[in-house]
Ligand binder design. Sequence first.
Ligand SMILES: Cc1cc2nc3c(=O)[nH]c(=O)nc-3n(C[C@H](O)[C@H](O)[C@H](O)COP(=O)(O)OP(=O)(O)OC[C@H]3O[C@@H](n4cnc5c(N)ncnc54)[C@H](O)[C@@H]3O)c2cc1C
Length: 308
Amino acid sequence: MKVIPPSFKILDFLDQQSLAVRIEHCGRICYKSEDRITPESALPFVEKMAEHGHNSVLEMGVVTLEVCADDSKIDELFLCQPKYLHISREQGRLLITASIRAWREMLLNHPDCAVVRAACALLHERHPYFFASILPEGGLIMPGISVRKVPLEDVERLPAGLLAKHRHIAVKFIVNRAVTHELVRHRPCQFLQESQRYCRYSEDKFGSEVTFIRPLFWADDSEEYAVWWQAMEETERLYFKLLETSTPQAARTVLPNSCKTEIIVYANLEQWRHIFKLRCSKAAEPSMREVMIPLREEFAKRWPELFV
Ligand SMILES: Cc1cc2nc3c(=O)[nH]c(=O)nc-3n(C[C@H](O)[C@H](O)[C@H](O)COP(=O)(O)OP(=O)(O)OC[C@H]3O[C@@H](n4cnc5c(N)ncnc54)[C@H](O)[C@@H]3O)c2cc1C
């Protein structure tokens, strides 16, 4: 077995990549198949995700659009009650930040809404592989509505309130399963996590061992830590024994909270502020604070106006 400390990485390097590359990079965390990424693998990967309806992977691609339309068309959009679009409105202009999944579902559920059709027309022009299978009859062009993709540099220059709402940032955590279980309670975020159903830790690519996160509760030389260590060794032995005759999804039922799990959390800065408030406080679980407090410091370096 292997024991490692928890860690995190802000995935801002992905903000410079195409949506397909970004989605593939995040999506492969579930299967731990990052070794299959090649210069040509992104498009087939996202096409497969769209076709198979693995929709949460498509939540990892988010774009900001500027939409100019008549008030009546804008009202029509709000009547659709768009739950997963982040919208700011000012004088006939909308700023909308949303994921590919959100736009696909808007198109499927509200194909007659002019703003939805116009936004999806632009996205389809730029990324046909996301929309090809769900295009409505008659196409998507919608005269009278202008839609423009807002570049990330412009999003970064928005005033603080708009920046917090529209700037999304992904963070990859390597933490124990109890921490990921708490993270996924934050419903406005997008998540993808390593699947214990698909990963078989006896395989070479996992070093033929189970990895555990070192708990912060006990000193290395304490009796409690020795008990924990023994429990993990025994768990690994039993997990491997079950794998001799069972699938990973069956064998994983003996895996404990200490099991290492990789998770990507993607949210806007407003939501990250909320998460830090809850998860850095003294009432939060210590293993959660262990990663959240240093992460908040990193956010404060990047966006001091929002996180100091
Ligand atoms: C110190 C601490 C102790 C905790 N202890 C427990 C515990 O003992 N048991 C337990 O179950 N959980 C516990 N939790 C988890 C907690 O209850 C929340 O689920 C978690 O903190 C997520 O925070 P949230 O409520 O802000 O997020 P969410 O519940 O995701 O809400 C965020 C926002 O999303 C919106 N929202 C999303 N879905 C809905 C909806 N269906 N209806 C209305 N609004 C919605 C709301 O506007 C809300 O402001 C604990 C959390 C902390 C920090």
